[in-house]
Structures are given as C-alpha cells and as structure tokens.
Design a protein. Sequence first.
Length: 738
Amino acid sequence: MENLIYVVPALGILGLIVMAFKSAWVNNQPKGEETMVELSHHIAKGAMAFLKSEWKVLFYFVVIAGLILAWSGTLVENSSPVIAVSFVIGAFLSAFAGFIGMRIATKANVRTTEAAKGSLKQALKVSFTGGSVMGLGVAGLAVLGMGSLFIVFYNVYVLSTNGNVNGLEMEKALEVLAGFSLGAESIALFARVGGGIYTKAADVGADLVGKVEAGIPEDDVRNPATIADNVGDNVGDVAGMGADLFGSYVATILASMVLGREIVSNDQMGGIAPILLPLVIAGLGLTFSIIGTLFVKIKNEEDSVQAALNKGNWISIILTVAASYFLIDFMLPEGELVMLRNESYTFTKMGIFGAVFIGLVVGALMSAITEYYTAMGRRPVNSIIKRSSTGHATNIIGGLSVGMESTGLPILVLASGIYASFLSAGLYGVAIAAAGMMATTAMQLAIDAFGPIADNAGGIAEMSGCDKKVRERTDILDAVGNTTAATGKGFAIASAALTALALFAAYVGLAGINSIDIYKADVLAGLFVGGMIPFIFSSLAIAAVGRAAMDMVNEVRRQFREIPGIMEYKTKPDYSKCVEISTKASIREMIAPGAIALLVPIIIGFSFGPEVLGGSLAGITVSGVLMGIFQNNAGGAWDNAKKSFEKGVEVNGKMEYKGSEPHKASITGDTVGDPFKDTSGPSMNILIKLTSIVSLIIAPHISNHDGHSMAKENMDEKTIKIEAVDQKKKVEEAMLIE
C-alpha cells in the first residue's frame, strides 16, 4: 500500500511514452508536394520565432519571481526557500508542454492536408493523433512533475522529521508544492494572453483587409497576413492552450491535496490517502484517456466526426468513473471521515466517490451546454444568422444576446454541482469534484487541439491550390474543431470555478480567518474591487488586440498598395513583416494583463489583510466565471454563424453564400468575437486560479495566527476526533455482536 505513492509518476511516464509513439507516427506520414511543405515551413518558423521572443521575456520574469519566492520562503516558519525551485520547475514544464503541442501541430498540419487528398477518415486520424500528442504530453508532464515533487517533499519535510500528516510538516510540504502550481499558472497566463493577442491581431487584419476590402478568400496566398494568421492558430490555440490546461490540471490537483491534509483518516498509508487520492485519480484519468483515443475514428465520409470524438471522450470518462469507485474503496478506510476545521461535518469514502462522479457529470453537462450555444444548426447560432440579414449592427446585437443568455444554464449546473459535492464530502468534496472533472484532461485537450491543426490544414490547402474536395474535408474538421474548442473552454472555466473555491477554502485555513464577513465595510469594498478586476483584465486584452490589429491592417493595406503584382499572383507578399508585427505586439501587450493577476492579491493582502483579500477573491471568481462563459460562447457562436454562410444557409427563404451582404455582416461579428473567445475569455480561468494561488502562497505572510499554535491546535483536534471516530466504531461493532 505504501508503494502506491510511486505509481503516480510511473503513470506520467507511461503517458509520455505513448505520446512519443504517436508523435513518431505523425512524423512518418507523407507531407505532400513542395509548395505545401514550404508553406508549412513558413508557419513553423513564425511559430518558433514567437516562442523564442516570448521565452526571453518570461526567462527574466521566472528568475526575478524565483528570487523573490526564495527570499520570502525564509521569512515564515511554515514555508521554505525551496518553493523557488518548485516554481521554476512548474514554469519550465508549463512552457515545455506548450512547446510540445506547437511542435507537433506545425508538423501535423501539412500532413493532414495531404491525408485529406485521400479521405476524411485519414485526415481525422492524422489531425486527432497530432492533438492527442499534445494532450498526453500536457497530462503526462503534469502527473510526472506533481507526483515526483510530492514524493521528494513528503520525504524531506514529513518522513525525515517524523512529522504528522495533518500537522505543520505536511502543510509546509504542500506550501512548497504550491510553487509548482504558481509557476505553471504564471507561464500559462502569459502564454494564453500573448498567444491570444498574436493570433487575433493576425486574424482580424487578414479578415478585414483580405476578405472584406479586397474580396479574396480566407487563407488566400495573396494576403500578406495569412501566414501570420496560421502561425497564430499555433501560438494561441495550441501552445497557449497547452500551457493553460497544464496550469489548470496542476492547480486542481493541488487544491484537493491541500484540503486532503485536513481530513482525519485511519487508512493503511498513515493518513496520507486523502492527500494522495487526487494524484492517483489524475494518473488513472491519463491512462483511460489513452484508451479513449483509440476509439476516435470514422468509417467513411458520411460518418459524424463530432460523434467519433464524443465516443472517445465518453469512454475515457466512464472508465475513469468506474476505476475511481474501486480506487476510493481501496485507499480510504471504512467509517466516517472528518475535517479538522469542521468538527460537525462528517462523510464517508462513498461520499468522496459521489463528489468525483458529480464533477465528471458537471464537466459533461458544461460541455454539452456550450456545444448547444456555439454549434452550427442550433437555435442560438441560427438566431445570429437571421439577424445578419439586416446588417452588421443586428449581427452584433444577436451575438451579445446569445453570449449573455448562455451564462444561465452553466451557472445553475455549476452551482448545483458545488452544493451537491459539498453535501457529499464537504469542502474536500468540492475540490475532488474538480479533480474528477479534470481527470480526463489528456482526452479533452486532444479533442481541443485537433481543431487548430485542421484549421491550418485548410489554410495550406487553400494557399497551395489543392483540389476543392481537400478544402471541403478540412472545413468539416475545422467546423467541428470550432465547436470542440468552445466546449473545451466551457469545461475549463467550470473546473476553474470549482478549483478556485477549493483554493479559497485552503487560503482561509492558512490565513487564520474563520469566515469572510461582508458586513464589514472593508471586506465589502474588497468584494467590489475583485468583481471589477476581470472587466479591467478583459479591457486590456481586447484593447491590445485592437491596437495590434490596427498595425496589421495598415501593413496589409500598404503591401496591397505599394507592392505591384500581388493580386495578379506575380509577386509574393512580405509574410515575414506581418509575422514580426504580431510577435512584437503580443510580447509588448501581454505584460499589463499579466501584472494585474500577479500583483492585485499581493497589494490587497499586504495592505488590507487576509479577510479583505478573501472578499476580493470571491469577487474575482464570480465575475470572472460569468465573463469567461459570456465571452467564450458569444465568440464561438459568432464564428460558426460566419462559417454557416460559407457553407450556404437559408435566411428568410433565400439561400445566402460567401460574399453576400449577410455574410459580410457575419464577418464583422466574427471579428468582434475573435478576441472574446481566443484572448480575454479563455484567460478568465487562469486569472481566477492564479489570483487564488498567489493568495495561498502569501497567506502565511499575512496570516492572523501563529503557525506553531495552529499546528498544535490541529494536533489536539486530530487526537480528539480520532478517538471519537474509534469509539463510535467500537460501539457499532459491539451492537453488531449483540
């Protein structure tokens, strides 16, 4: 039983081995003709140029932040300078996870184009295998990193000192481990915001000048911004998304482990089982995600790609639920479990399984609701299509209306899930529900990442002059990819809400406060300030896209005006200039939003104390979740409304196609929605979790209690509660004997 702790990193290694085999398979697929390979090379070169520029900036950030963490770790007794090492490892693995995804995406795109010449079946296989490389890489690195570091810190801080699982020693180990999550989320924020600014600046510039003004098709080789647009799909929707979900995955596991420390458990592992459980569930979810990927396939052109993806997803979820039942039954003891901070609340191991099940159900429902609001052919998207017939303004009104409406059902599902998981296993139940939801991250990310690969494949097909049938097949994949990308963002924001609540509960314990009293004027003020932060963050991100897009529009217009022969295919545009504009703009503009997420909790916490900071965290969480859902769904619905016109759609009894006035109105809506769904919206879940993690790390520094007295209090409570649980068990056994 004690050796179960070593199974976790082994499962992470298994995921990375399978990832390597899948990556090799993609690399061995045919790349196509010379023109296609050249275009793919331009995209890969631009993507790597962005990453190198971004990494230079982030290197200085990691070094400075690491030194500050090392210094702060010496100031309080229940922390350690080693937190800086944990932070650097988390930052490195987060960046590496994004790099893995982008590297395979820039190889899989041209191979998907070549596969689409043969069949939709093979095109799906190549693009989804490329996506699964990213999914397995992200989850494998997270499980390996968290599992290995926990083993090290558990041995150093707990076993070597004969410390107690529920005492100060384990609190210190988890405090240091929190640095890993802080590093991962910090890189995720900059990668997501920077990548989102890059991709949307290029996309908006390409659309407004190319499609609207010049009247040329999307991804036309004559458009100077088209290479930058395809590069943006990789740096924003692949590298940024990979770092994003790596951070989400790690933060969810950490929150569950921190609250698991407060559970009194007479298990066979010396009370460590509730802490280790979320790590093992994550490892099993990774394993079953590998199995799920084997079922994503279609037989012919008529089969549904969406149905194939759903099949693989549901298989991985069902297997994870079944395995979790036996795992929880095996790891946790019979009888009641209690939390140190809440002596009146008890629960059983089956209550914990119920919370895991609830988390998976909430995740599935959030994905289904998001799919309804963003998929082609459904009422919300159709309503935007109808409004496009009367112009650009009514299209915008329709998209905003859909986005606002779409917050209703997800919030009700989320609120029900929070309440039900709390009834099942208290605050630990809320945290473990988030861990259950994120358990199949590898599969979720594989489904999400195949979309940008298919989008790039369509761009290469258009630019290289492939047969029309090739573009039709890649468009089928791309349309499904738009929906899966939207559902993935809905899934991520739901997990962020549950994780933030769990981190919030952990913060309250570490900060030495019993509750957040909004009757206090300063706490209420903090609540309002927190609610404002996601709006300011979104404003900065969207404004950054607008400024970068203006530079791109001016450059594309200049090239059309000053370089003769572009429109006649006699001269190639200067693609590198547009790539350079997006790169510089994204690096410059990502600093301010990132600084807000990192500095706001520090300023509020040290200026006004832990309770006011708690009020601010509550405001950020509620406002951020609503903003994230609204922006993601509005942007996704606008995008698929535009794509509906490109396929041909009936509006008021008349068929409308690409180039029509309603289609031009839909392009405007999609342009407005782009920074919503790909820049500020997806960044909300990182903002929510990052502010909570920063607060968790500074909690010992602004705490209202002394660490030793709290540890002693915890030990006294633990002794009393263990005796009470044992006594109750003895009474029940005696009654059975009688």
